[in-house]
Design a binder for this molecule. Structure first.
Ligand code: HDE
Length: 707
């Protein structure tokens, strides 16, 4: 009774200070936030200044340990809408009722870099989703690649130590191009499939909004009658899967290292809500052993030609966080946050993850009460007998914190299965306790082959160049040679091209597994040179992705004084009507007068930005006389813009008055048809421009454009 009175008092007090006066953390109003308390006008600062001490103490403790991996992240709120019921497979409530909407928070991340590192690293991207379901929180802690480097959790610290900056000099930051990473990888044949993904352009996405998501492991869908199916989770971006060029990614790192964070933030602020189709591959329990690989092996994917992805819902991100630290930094994911109807498989990597994530939250967030931080709270009210602990904020009333009890009327009671209680798959388990890798995990090359064979020609070239770039940074020749030896098991063209680019002789490794102790069984030391089950899979190449939209693409308009106003308005509205974003670049930040006298305000100057920040360019310069675009300094800057965009295979529209730039650029007078170069005399230039932007790049002409 007493405590009820107290809480009523507290409630009424909490409405005080409505005029938002500055206070201490104890709620005391502050009259001077400029000066500390001193013994005299020019005297020493007094210890009793509790206002100063509180402010500085809080400041001193503002940082919490960053995540050991995935430290750099960007997040957003959104909603998952189920379009097709999965109740035939799972009792999970949020997957059962078509039309149901579940709030989510998604955090994207790079893996290797520190919190302040560049967004543009060649790296895997995290794609972690917290579903706030009515049955509790479900976390799908996914990546943008469907496989992983290693098969067993035992190797995770080794992998992460190898890729992180080297311990003696803390170099390099957010980069895999160094000795220790490639030393480890060259001794780990099981990583070869993932290396194909990591060296492909998937590792340098154009935007978080344009990348896929994969749950990687096989999980289980369960019904209360114990019917079980294996399931793999997929997210397919509505805008298509698109990447940057490696040279471009390196340039953006310097010009705007928050490129992906900004892109996500701006898209949501502009109402261009990122969307993904959410899909599942479902495998009946009876088919578990009917593949030529083990579905528990996280270095393998299930080709969509073999088990199609069924689209069952839509993920939409529609609200930016209010506070980065409170939400994106403090969100705590865990593959073990499950709801009834979903269960783990025995994938040994997944099993190891189940320990790691809570453990990591304890050291990062500092308390077992991290579930009480608002971003981590379940929608379902939490009732249990856990108590106390660092920073406990839940105020549980009464004497009882144990079960069974009679004093508390028995509360809280256990729920029954069928009342939304969690239940596990009742699996038969038998076997010999053993520390060994299963023989069914031994084929390391056939899916690496499948991935390489599925790439388009430009994608293959990019992958080869990435390997040459990375391995050229390695200082120990033996590591390069060993890695080339691994490539010889994947594809001869790939191996020979990389060997040539590195100046290395190809020496096929006789026993690629011999160097590692994982396979202690002599039979499994022999390399497996299997052919993949299917020769190629179209879903593995970005070539076949969505290329019919300019929505949310950023078009840089380089506009000079006197630029033709009617072309400017026509093109701006045509692009904006289709959802593209036009940003004006001028010679300085001063307003620009168009041919009809209209004034436009630039968002950028030629000095403050670079072509790499835009998907396409339009140049319109107006009359030559009095136009500072034709001053030699600006002319050079514009030509640099154009030539760089040209090298990165982007669409460039030379509008009114820009012929001089066209003729001086690398795009001029080429012996081949280039669908990415638009000039006013083209037939239907608008549609040519729109089509070129929607296609993302003219990758097929990369060699020609750069020769
Ligand atoms: Fe993680 N991983 N991981 N991981 N992981 C973490 O947890 C770990 C793995 C993934 O935005 C950590 O809260 C182990 C696979 C994402 O907050 C840590 C193993 C996949 C994120 C951890 C793996 C992932 C993490 C660090 C091998 C793809 C960022 C901070 C056994 C399916 C989540 C944290 C976010 C974060 C451990 C392998 C995805 C240390 C031990 C495979 C997206 O607990």
């Amino acid at each position: 009774m007493k405590s009820d009175k107290k809480s009523q008092q507290l409630d009424s007090l909490s409405t005080h200070n409505e005029d938002q006066k500055l206070t201490t953390n104890q709620g005391v109003r502050i009259s001077d936030n400029q000066n500390s308390l001193k013994s005299s006008n020019r005297g020493s600062t007094l210890m009793e200044d509790f206002i100063l001490r509180e402010k500085i103490t809080h400041f001193d403790h503002e940082r919490i340990p960053e995540r050991i991996v995935h430290a750099r992240g960007s997040g957003a709120h959104g909603v998952f809408k189920l379009n097709k019921s999965l109740e035939a497979y799972t009792s999970a409530n949020f997957l059962s009722e078509a039309g149901k909407e579940t709030p989510v928070f998604v955090r994207f991340s790079t893996v290797a870099g520190s919190k302040g590192s560049t967004d543009l690293a060649r790296d895997v991207r995290g794609f972690a989703i917290k579903f706030y379901t009515e049955e509790g929180n479900y976390d799908l802690v996914a990546n943008n690649m469907p496989v992983f480097f290693i098969q067993d959790a035992m190797k995770f610290p080794d992998l992460v130590h190898a890729v992180k900056p080297e311990p003696d000099n803390e170099i390099p930051q957010a980069a895999s191009a160094h000795d220790t990473f490639w030393d480890f990888i060259s001794l780990m044949p099981e990583s070869m499939h993932m290396i194909m993904w990591l060296m492909s352009d998937r590792a340098i996405p154009r935007s978080f909004r344009m990348m896929e998501g994969f749950g990687v492991h096989s999980f289980k869908f369960l019904k209360e009658d114990q019917t079980c199916h294996f399931v793999k989770f997929h997210l397919k971006p509505r805008l298509g899967i698109h990447s940057l060029a490696w040279d471009e990614a390196q340039r953006i790192s310097g010009v705007d290292s928050d490129f992906h964070k900004r892109d996500l933030w701006e898209a949501i602020e502009n109402g261009d809500y990122p969307q993904w189709d959410f899909g599942v591959q479902i495998i009946s329990e009876n088919d578990e052993n009917n593949f030529d690989f083990d579905i528990l092996d996280p270095t393998k994917l299930i080709p969509e030609e073999i088990v199609p992805v069924e689209i069952i819902g839509t993920l939409t991100l529609n609200r930016n966080p209010d506070n980065f630290f409170a939400e994106t930094e403090q969100i705590a994911f865990h593959p073990g946050h499950l709801v009834p109807g979903i269960d783990f498989s025995n994938d040994p990597l997944l099993q190891g993850r189940l320990f790691s994530y809570t453990d990591t939250q304890l050291s990062r967030l500092g308390s077992p009460n991290f579930h009480e931080i608002p971003i981590n709270r379940s929608l379902n009210t939490v009732h249990n007998n856990q108590r106390d602990g660092h920073m406990r904020s839940q105020l549980v009333k009464g004497k009882v914190s144990y079960e069974p009890n009679s004093i508390g009327g028995g509360c809280p009671y256990q729920a029954m299965i069928g009342e939304g209680a969690f239940y596990s798959h009742e699996e038969k388990v038998s076997g010999t306790k053993i520390r060994m890798r299963s023989k069914s995990f031994v084929d390391h090359y056939s899916q690496a082959k499948l991935f390489y064979n599925s790439q388009s020609q430009p994608e293959k070239r990019h992958l080869e160049k990435a390997l040459i770039f990375e391995l050229s940074k390695v200082t120990i020749p033996a590591i390069r040679e060993r890695l080339v030896g691994q490539l010889s098991y994947i594809n001869d063209d790939l191996c020979n091209t990389v060997a040539k680019g590195l100046g290395v002789e190809v020496k096929k490794l006789l026993f690629p597994n011999q160097s590692i102790p994982a396979f202690t069984d002599p039979e499994t030391l022999q390399s497996e040179e299997k052919e993949p089950l299917i020769a190629s899979s179209s879903s593995l190449s970005m070539e076949f992705t969505v290329k019919d939209t300019v929505k949310s693409r950023k078009i840089g308009f380089i506009i000079g004084k006197g630029a033709d106003s009617s072309s400017f308005s026509y093109l701006t509205s045509a692009l904006e009507e289709r959802g593209a974003r036009v940003e004006i670049i001028a010679s300085s930040m001063a307003p620009v007068k168009l041919s009809n006298g209209a004034i436009i305000l630039p968002k950028h100057s030629l000095t403050s930005c670079a072509s790499v920040l835009f998907d396409a360019l339009y140049i319109s310069t107006g009359e030559n006389s009095g136009n500072d675009f034709f001053l030699s300094e600006n002319k050079l800057k514009i030509l640099n813009f154009i030539n760089e965009a040209y090298a990165h295979c982007k669409a460039i529209y030379f509008g009114d008055g820009a012929s001089l730039f066209y003729e001086s650029s690398n795009a001029y007078n080429k012996p081949y048809e280039d669908p990415g170069i638009i000039i006013p005399v083209d037939e239907d230039p608008l549609n040519k421009f729109l089509n070129a932007i929607a296609h993302h790049r003219v990758w097929d002409l990369e060699r020609e454009r750069n020769s």
